[in-house]
Design a protein around this ligand. Structure first.
Ligand SMILES: NC(=O)c1ccc[n+]([C@@H]2O[C@H](COP(=O)([O-])OP(=O)(O)OC[C@H]3O[C@@H](n4cnc5c(N)ncnc54)[C@H](OP(=O)(O)O)[C@@H]3O)[C@@H](O)[C@H]2O)c1
Length: 247
């Protein structure tokens, strides 16, 4: 991680679950982390737990609000110089039937999961391009951005549609980065079920019994991608919980 020491990482959705774990690990590895979320007090608490040489700046930001996001990028440029590593992690999951949902659920899901990711990528690429730095962008996708499992009660809402949109977005942005000859890597992370607050929306006994990853399993894979030499591009990782053999 030496090449990233003192560099700036922006982590959206850093107040809980996967984003909180990533923010802490990057700061412990020596990065200057800016964590965004609405529950900023949780990120402030996290900042106090950093044990490594980096630090965490906690910023209150609703990523569905473009002016708040742009203000945050402006603050990062002015105070820290710009974003080197972007982790688009904030996400929402409305567990319902598409055919019975309110339109506000469709909009909220796409605004947070897709539109905010597009805005963050555009702004971070501006920063990386202007300073000619070899940046790295991560999109927190999902297994549900690749395939939809057969389940007895398919209450996925528009979440898989938003994650499939991120799969298309990643491919297009990678092509744009090549077209503009920018040394920026983009990795899509597709985890299976992870033990976080997001899955509290499932109350079925089946979901509770399924094997799950821990947030640190996802973080370990992000660190692995960052550690690879700059001429190695891990474009996509699917990370599934494995069955533990009975001893
Ligand atoms: N858990 C899983 O099984 C799983 C599997 C595959 C992929 N993922 C993906 O992993 C990512 C993180 O989810 P998680 O499992 O760690 O769930 P989580 O603990 O519920 O975390 C979600 C994060 O997103 C933030 N967020 C949501 N809406 C926001 C908004 N409008 N503005 C700013 N931040 C917002 C939340 O912060 P505030 O509420 O404080 O704003 C929170 O920090 C998501 O993209 C999710 O789709 C999760």
């Amino acid at each position: 991680m030496d090449k990233w020491t003192g560099k700036v990482a922006l982590v959206t959705g850093a107040s809980s679950g996967i984003g909180s774990d990533i923010a802490q690990a990057l700061a412990n590895a020596g990065m200057v982390v800016v964590g965004l979320a609405r529950r900023v007090e949780l990120i402030e608490e996290l900042a106090g737990k950093v044990t490594g040489s980096g630090k965490i700046y906690a910023r209150k930001c609703d990523v569905a609000n473009e002016s708040e996001l742009l203000e945050t990028f402006g603050w990062i440029r002015k105070v820290l110089g710009g974003v080197d590593v972007l982790i688009c992690n904030a996400g929402v999951f409305r567990c319902n039937f598409v055919t019975q949902s309110d339109s506000s659920d469709f909009r909220d899901t796409f605004n947070v999961n897709v539109v905010a990711t597009c805005i963050c990528i555009r702004e971070a690429v501006k920063d990386m391009k202007e300073r000619a730095v070899p940046g790295h962008i991560f999109i927190m996708n999902s297994l549900l951005g690749k395939r939809i499992p057969d389940v007895s009660v398919p209450m996925f809402g528009t979440y898989p549609a938003s994650k499939f949109a991120l799969s298309g977005l990643a491919e297009v942005v990678r092509k744009e980065l090549m077209y503009f000859k920018l040394p920026i890597r983009l990795t899509s992370i597709h985890p299976g079920m992870v033990q976080t607050d997001l899955i509290k929306v499932f109350d079925s006994a089946l979901a509770l019994r399924l094997p799950k990853l821990e947030a640190c399993d996802v973080t370990a894979n992000i660190l692995h991608c960052l550690r690879t030499p700059l001429d190695v591009h891990i474009e996509e990782l699917t990370i599934m919980p494995a069955m533990v053999p009975m001893m």
